[in-house]
Design a protein around this ligand. Structure first.
Ligand code: C5P
Ligand code: MG
Length: 198
């Protein structure tokens, strides 16, 4: 079976990771966060990309797709599974083009989940996460401003690109996680995906 993919996009702090954990508990999807994979690669002893990744993350810039896409591809293969939530990807045109070059024919894109949330709420959440000890070098006001610029300039055009193909499922993400998840479930149930029986 060709691996099935859902891309998960939204501003920093819009709740992508939180919703992906909820989804992967109820549906048979593996959660792969591009940001988490990059942070892992940054920590890997001997990684030739560690410093470059740290600099990009701190500045809210996007790592070249060759690095990110190969981390995602490897994680997909290592999982032995066939359904994936790819969280925080594709973030810009380089990500999109790189994915399409290598993965388009190898996968089926089911839809794109897009979490909509105001900048004020997103900023508050990320700063809160930083204050609560996320340990992330980019949960500070300066990095957040850069992350938002990247989101507005580089990621929104990708959402528009998928919107033109009717692939975007917009979810209002300003309410509590359980409420957001109610809408998320509708998107999954609508394409006939079964919940995991337990
Ligand atoms: O999604 P998350 O907020 O964890 O991403 C953190 C950072 O990781 C981004 O601001 C960016 O620097 C980097 N990243 C990337 N390419 C992606 C996803 C994340 O360069 N596709
Ligand atoms: Mg995340």
């Amino acid at each position: 079976m060709v691996p099935e993919v859902v891309f998960v996009l939204g501003a920093p702090g819009s709740g992508k990771g939180t919703q992906c954990s909820l989804i992967s508990k109820e549906y048979d999807f593996v959660h792969l966060s591009a940001g988490d994979l990059l942070r892992e690669e940054r920590q890997r002893p001997g990684s030739e990309y560690g410093e470059m990744i740290e600099e990009k993350i701190r500045n809210g810039e996007i790592v070249p797709v060759e690095v990110t896409c190969s981390l995602i591809h490897k994680a997909m293969q290592n999982s032995g599974k066939t359904r994936f939530l790819i969280d925080g990807f594709p973030r810009n045109k380089d990500n999109l083009d790189g994915w399409n070059r290598v993965m388009f024919d190898k996968t089926k894109l089911l839809f794109v989940l897009f979490f909509e949330c105001s900048r004020d709420i997103c900023t508050e959440r990320c700063l809160g996460r930083g204050a609560a000890g996320s340990g992330r070098s980019d949960d500070n006001l300066e990095s957040l401003q850069k992350r938002f610029n990247t989101y507005l300039n580089d990621t929104l055009p990708i959402i528009n690109h998928y919107d033109e193909q009717n692939l975007v499922r917009r979810i209002s993400a300003e309410v509590a996680p359980e409420k957001v998840f109610e809408d998320v479930k509708i998107a999954f149930n609508n394409i006939g995906l079964k919940r995991i029986a337990n």
